[in-house]
Ligand binder design. Structure first.
Ligand SMILES: NC(=O)c1ccc[n+]([C@@H]2O[C@H](COP(=O)([O-])OP(=O)(O)OC[C@H]3O[C@@H](n4cnc5c(N)ncnc54)[C@H](OP(=O)(O)O)[C@@H]3O)[C@@H](O)[C@H]2O)c1
Length: 492
């Protein structure tokens, strides 16, 4: 596996710890080798030591396992220093890959991982092609694949341009566009919940479901990523990829099999059925806001505009809420409310399926409006699990109806916390299973939906940008937005 951008944050926080986890679980072959690439110079030993520290920190390894890392997995780590927008380092890479095939028995399979800033994706892809590294060494027994990190483009045009570059060099079946949300256990479990249980699918439609909410809340601010965030904003960072992926999994039709093509076909069909929001009607369907100063975990925190590397008059959104409709038989007229933000009251991601109210209530003195409708909540993070809210009679001589919850928690039921998403996705990719990766058409369809919103927000500038106090649940405008439909945001 070759990691471009190996001196960066993602490599040490996610990729290498995930690889080590897989190797410890004996899911990687003994000769498995990693070549890290970056401009910052390291020797192999320096880079191994850096990775050892990172793995020890992120997986909280005891001292004896650090030694095991050094004598085992660590021996398979190598480093190449160079500017990978230039051709020269690829010759060195080729020679090293061939040497490792020979010395460590890696047998010619190659996985390239693009963990550089996205502006370097096209040049790296072209250089891989020019160096003859994009095709398997021996197609009859080897594979070559490429993992591309998000963001995949910053609008429809740039996503199409990137796709064109990718497909000029690689075949689509070699390309794995990673969205780590799809590797989370609960996200995969959503498919199991829907399609391995008989009770949910018959009621998973407009006849029984009133609306769906998808919330991805973070309590952190932009930290030291101000310049990245100024370019991206919340919509590009969270909605276009993670949240739209969640939406497509909730709403898709049952695929015939759990094979990549079947699942990805259904996801693309849903995205195609989502009603586009015209530029002139964006304010009816979307709210955007930015955090002002406030409190997080008891500490005073600055406004977004006072964060490092953020313009003092920035209009970048750090919160957004949307309403989408899916124009098909299953979902006609069912609103899907999406919201996500930084510096909210807590870190929580959840999909809430709210069922319709009972049509008539037979219990005297308890009108149906006073009874909370059933709610199926799929908790994605931090406590992965699923809960179902229903009504029960409170003990006592009078008929008092109260909501109660049936709870499934991953930790309690299975005794182990699930691996982070990267382990699952890296293994899938090595096994050639693209089910949980994004396909070109889905990426573009999602951008098609985002483009009018981005256009309108850009035109409007500061006009219509709301503000919310850091550490709260977002702007009052978002509450009004959903209240106008007679609904409210679920408490997370
Ligand atoms: N960090 C995360 O949690 C996260 C999560 C999801 C997705 N991502 C995506 O993953 C990618 C990497 O993120 P990151 O946070 O790791 O970024 P980062 O810390 O800024 O690291 C970027 C890496 O790219 C290298 N690089 C840049 N230009 C290069 C060139 N011309 N030739 C060789 N190496 C070059 C840098 O090397 P030098 O520093 O040595 O120059 C560095 O190793 C980005 O696309 C990001 O959007 C990151």
């Amino acid at each position: 596996m070759v990691i471009f951008g190996a001196s960066g944050d993602l490599t040490e926080r996610k990729i290498v710890p995930a690889l080590y986890y897989l190797s410890r679980e004996r899911l990687l072959p003994p000769g498995f080798s990693v070549i890290g690439c970056g401009r910052t110079p390291f020797t192999d030993d320096q880079f191994r030591a850096k990775m050892q520290e990172a793995v020890a920190e992120h997986l909280q390894l005891p001292a004896e396992e650090k030694a095991a890392f050094a004598s085992g997995f660590g021996k398979g780590i190598f480093y190449l220093t160079g500017d990978f927008s230039q051709a020269a380092p690829y010759e060195q890479m080729k020679a090293l890959l061939d040497r490792l095939d020979h010395e460590r028995g890696t047998c010619g399979n190659r996985l390239f991982y693009l963990a550089t800033p996205p502006s370097f994706f096209p040049v790296t892809i072209r250089q891989l092609g020019a160096a003859g590294l994009a095709r398997p060494k021996d197609p009859s027994c080897n594979w070559t694949r490429i993992v591309i990190e998000k963001p995949f483009g910053r609008d429809l045009t740039s996503a199409r341009d990137l796709d064109q570059t990718v497909t000029e060099v690689f075949n689509e079946n070699q390309v794995y566009r990673i969205d780590h949300y799809l590797g989370k256990e609960t996200v995969q479990n959503l498919l199991v919940l829907r399609f391995a249980n008989g009770v949910f699918e018959p009621i998973w439609n407009r006849r029984y479901i009133d609306h769906v909410q998808i919330s991805v809340a973070e309590d952190l601010g932009v930290e030291n990523r101000g310049s990245y965030y100024e370019e991206a904003g919340l919509l590009r960072d969270m909605i276009q990829n993670h949240v739209m992926q969640l939406l497509s999994l909730v709403a898709m039709e049952p695929p015939a099999t759990f094979l990549a093509t079947a699942v990805r076909d259904e996801k693309a069909k849903v995205l195609r059925a989502i009603r586009a929001i015209p530029v002139e009607r964006v304010p009816e369907f979307a709210v955007r806001a930015q955090y002002a100063e406030g409190f997080a975990r008891g500490l005073k925190v600055p406004a977004y505009r006072a964060e490092p590397k953020v313009a003092r008059d920035s209009v970048t959104e750090t919160y957004a809420a949307f309403k989408f409709y899916i124009d098909n038989w299953r979902w006609a007229d069912v609103p899907f409310y999406l919201r996500s933000g930084k510096r909210l009251a807590k870190r929580a991601s959840e999909i809430s399926i709210q069922f319709r109210r009972v049509p008539h209530l037979l219990f005297r003195d308890t009108p149906s409006e006073q009874i909370d409708p059933n709610l199926l909540a799929i908790h994605i993070q931090p406590d992965e699990g699923i809960s179902l809210r229903f009504s029960a009679k409170a003990p006592g001589p009078t008929m008092q109806i109260r909501p109660v919850v049936m709870d499934f928690r991953y930790g309690e039921s299975f005794g182990a916390s699930p691996p982070t998403a990267y382990e699952t996705l890296l293994l899938d990719c090595m096994l050639g299973d693209a089910t949980l990766f994004n396909r070109e058409d889905a990426v573009e369809l999602s951008w098609e939906l985002m483009d009018p919103i981005l256009t309108r927000w850009k035109e409007d500038g500061a006009k219509g940008l709301a503000f919310y106090e850091a550490g709260t649940w977002g702007p009052a405008e978002a509450d009004k937005f959903i209240k106008a439909d007679g609904r409210r945001w679920q408490r997370l």
